[in-house]
Write a protein that binds this ligand. Sequence first.
Ligand SMILES: *Cc1c(COP(=O)(O)O)cnc(C)c1O
Length: 390
Amino acid sequence: MRLIYLDHNATTPLRPEVKKVITDSLDVFGNASSLHPFGYEAKKRLEQVRKQVLDIIHATEGQVVFTSSGSEANNLALKGLVCTGTQCRHTLCESEGFHFITTEVEHPSVYQTASCLKHLGADVTYLPVDSSGMLDPETLEKSIQPNTVLISIMIANNEVGTIMPVKELGLIARKFGIPFHVDAVQAIGKVPVDVDEMNIDLLSLSGHKLNAPKGIGALYARQTMHLCPLIHGGHQELNLRAGTENTLGIFALGASLEAAMNHGPQEMEQIKKLRDQLHQKICEKLDGVHLNGHPEQRLPGTLNLRFDKIDGAAILEMLAMQGIAVSSGSACSSGSDNPSHVLTAMGLTPEKARSSIRISLGYGNTEEEINIAAKSIIDTVNKLRALSPL
Ligand SMILES: *Cc1c(COP(=O)(O)O)cnc(C)c1O
């Protein structure tokens, strides 16, 4: 059976350039902290990738901490900020009196971290979004309190692809002098990110959403940010994350960032074209199809659709049997019966949220694949509707 991968927001395949860097680096085994040629070589290459992270987000200053994932980077940004000052005070419990602002549509690694801080006594505001998943900057401005310590907002949503008005949000954060963290995991390599222009102080990214392997992420932090580590131990990563660095993962991340810098914009144009073709084909042949997410301010590869009178899980399963990989909501919440918190925050009823699927295109998808997928989706929905008692 021919397999067609349309679940790039869950994870992505490796690019050939990335594979090559991994296989070519298998013998670069030195510990980046060691003071001899083996260590120097690892360290030199690690520092090059740190520079590449700064480059892709147009940072002129600041630190980059390599982490195990985007989730860890998000945890470090939120929890690490609670104990300010250079001396770590192990004070998650001192979070009392701190106010965090985030949104109702964040990835669980921000959403649940905020709720953990809330359990520890912090005050958390989850900002609502409109029916397209968009946050109104005015809503942010109104939610700011004298004790607000952090604003954490994703650049692009993983389920519906909506791109937040980050520049406006950053201006508000700057106006009130509040640190601004963005979860840029879905945005990097897909939409331009400029931390200076957007007034971003902290930024999370993840390798495996960007055609690098799983298990590597990074947190960018402006020089003025004082973070406390989540993992204590050795002096690695500017004392912000103990543990010998995942050098192979870091080198691979570097290769994927380089490819994204060189080919990203043209590839994204192509991916957007394919996505819009797929959308158009589906709408030409089927009634009762609705787009979830913003019609324009949206990631180029994301197409989240709702089909009247259909159970998304049933489409998913039937498409999977035909070798077509799509998703319902996010990979992180699939397997649970709960409707997507993102779609319900956008005002959909649980039933409507459950009749939605997320199709996400990315590197490597072809027009031929899109034609096959369109046909399968149309046939599947027709079949299910014929069976449906509704
Ligand atoms: C996937 C994802 C994450 C988590 O990244 P991992 O590396 O899988 O932990 C965080 N935020 C968003 C928006 C994501 O899509």
